[in-house]
Design a binder for this molecule. Structure first.
Ligand code: NAP
Length: 297
């Protein structure tokens, strides 16, 4: 049974997950590029490591949630990276959203050091991470998955096994393709409703109950009406994911015409300066074009 864990990357998602590992009683080491984010964990008894290589030295299990492929490149493969500290018999789990090709590259590098690896990205956002209610997918060696599963169950409400390395990363991109199109559809619908002079609260009442309802549409729609764009999933991260989906689908010659259009809108919203806001701020690009602001009356 796993007892000692290192968690690297204490951003929106990682901080919630690391807190839940502490609550579950694991002996925890943390590392974050901006060391200030480690302080609350130090106060609760976690060891704060000075480099990724140092972070992984005593842990049976090493987990990380980092922004993108480039961050994984630095934290895993960099001069003071995980690969310079990790030892045979340890297990590494990447919970970031990265290209399946990156997951495979990680798996190969770890295997050369006698380390097992799972790609285990998540669905859910800040609240689900904080409440241990994430939807987690994992891929890699099945026996290793079974060893790590009890830990993942402390972080999420579901844990699905996807077979060989890279498959969970692929599932994450497929899910985010759907998320991006839902967000685009919501934004287009609300702007049109505003232009048509409909009562937006009543519009959202219907979105909440009709057969096309989804929790994602409801929470983002309600926040748009309140003009609350505080980030739980940053717009710039959704644009990053749209780029990953494009590359992944391109590598398999799978058509994604709608995603390409949604990506254009995400790009416009980032160019307008909304990249740090929540992904729902993509509506601001459409609002600008339409000359309206979607707001509850
Ligand atoms: N937020 C969501 O709703 C959500 C949902 C599902 C999946 N995800 C995925 O989960 C991952 C983390 O997302 P998040 O929302 O937690 O992002 P975030 O709040 O922006 O945190 C990103 C983390 O990555 C670190 N980082 C970035 N670049 C780095 C670099 N070059 N070297 C070292 N560390 C670096 C940051 O360190 P600093 O603190 O020093 O900047 C921070 O710890 C992403 O892959 C995202 O796509 C997010």
């Amino acid at each position: 049974m796993i007892k000692t864990i290192s968690y690297l990357g204490l951003g929106t998602m990682g901080s919630g997950m690391a807190s839940n590992l502490l609550k579950a009683g694991y002996k925890l080491t943390v590392w974050n590029r901006n060391v200030g984010k480690c302080e609350p964990f130090a106060k609760k008894g976690a060891r704060v490591a000075v480099t990724p290589a140092d972070a992984v030295r005593d842990a049976e299990l090493v987990m990380y949630s980092l922004s993108n492929d480039q961050a994984v490149e630095e934290v895993v493969f960099g001069a003071k990276g995980i690969l310079n500290g990790i030892k045979p018999g340890q297990i590494a789990v990447d919970m970031s959203t990265v290209r399946p090709a990156m997951s495979l590259r990680e798996q190969e590098a770890y295997a050369r050091r006698g380390v097992d690896f799972l790609d285990a990205p998540v669905f859910g956002s800040r609240n689900e991470a904080a409440r241990a209610e994430l939807w987690i997918m994992a891929a890699g060696n099945q026996a290793i998955f079974e060893t790590v599963k009890p830990v993942l169950e402390q972080l999420g409400q579901t844990v699905h096994y996807f077979g060989k390395n890279g498959n969970a990363a692929a599932m994450k991109l497929i899910g985010n393709l759907i998320v991006a199109l839902e967000m685009e559809a919501l934004a287009e619908g609300l702007v049109l409703a505003q232009k048509a002079g409909l009562d937006l609260n009543t519009v959202m009442e219907v979105v909440k109950v009709a057969d096309f309802r989804s929790p994602l549409l409801v929470s983002n729609g309600q926040n748009i009406l309140k003009r609350d764009f505080s980030p739980s999933f940053a717009l710039k991260l959704m644009l990053k994911d749209a780029g990953l989906i494009e590359k992944f689908a391109g590598s398999l010659q799978s058509p994604i015409p709608a995603l390409r259009l949604a990506k254009k809108n995400l790009k416009s919203a980032v160019a307008l300066g909304f990249g740090e806001e929540n992904a729902s701020a993509l509506i601001k690009a459409l609002e600008k074009e339409a000359g309206v602001e979607v707001k509850a009356q």
